[in-house]
Ligand binder design. Sequence first.
Ligand code: JCK
Length: 264
Amino acid sequence: MRIDVVSIFPDYLAPLDLSLIGKARQDGLLDLHVHDLRSFTTDRHRTVDDTPYGGGAGMVMKPEPWAQALSAVVEARPEGARKPVLIVPSPAGERFTQALAYELAEEEHLTFACGRYEGIDERVFEWAQEHFEVRPVSLGDYVLNGGEVAVLAMVEAVGRLLPGVVGNPESLVEESHSDGLLEYPVYTKPSQWRGREVPAVLLSGNHGKIAQWRRHEQYRRTAERRPDLLEGFDAGNLPRADRSELHVLGYDIVAGRLVRRPIG
Ligand code: JCK
């Protein structure tokens, strides 16, 4: 896969040289190019921003450096490739999810446009639609200072799905079968540590009981931390032990779906 990133802070993307993603680049699985937006300016001060039409706080990124940078990316794209995807990190984008990561991992070319200030002149995206499939994407409902941190997260989430990037592909298989619940807790040696014991069932060697304990821990955690994930959960053909655990946690099964039992 080829990935291009355009930013006024190319050094912000330095962590992509490290760890799993850095290794994928060294192994030739990921062809990553980071471009400095300022190198596409033509004025003496390398200006990338200006005041907003209509007034208001902050500055807006000027369109021309973006058109120059994105044109250079289009020129450099792989031979015969289809319309590349342009991901625009934005607090006003669709949410980045694991489903979107899987979708993007199928592409041969991704481009990321990292805005700063109050964002990029909207006309850039209208123009870019002629060359790219433009997708504004948000990392989550909080405000960052620019797109770079979101790109680090998205490149890592997409990159680890590429064939050969994760050393043990079984972990990816397990993940893709993960059931929309939070993970169970994990433990390693020593079995006693600072007066705390690993749950006995995990030392029992009884794989049926271990699987059931882990699933119940998933339900407990999900009910506690992410009840939104349980509402409407497909409980159509769960084992009796699971139904009873969910009942204890305050959920009923109505027409095969979990519903939070009304309180009082
Ligand atoms: C890209 C510039 C900074 C700050 C205006 C926003 C009410 C607009 C993001 N999950 C995410 N949060 N933030 C970003 C993100 C922020 C960015 C840019 C992505 C480019 N900024 C900024 C404030 C505003 N307010 C809420 C008005 C931009 C992602 N992905």
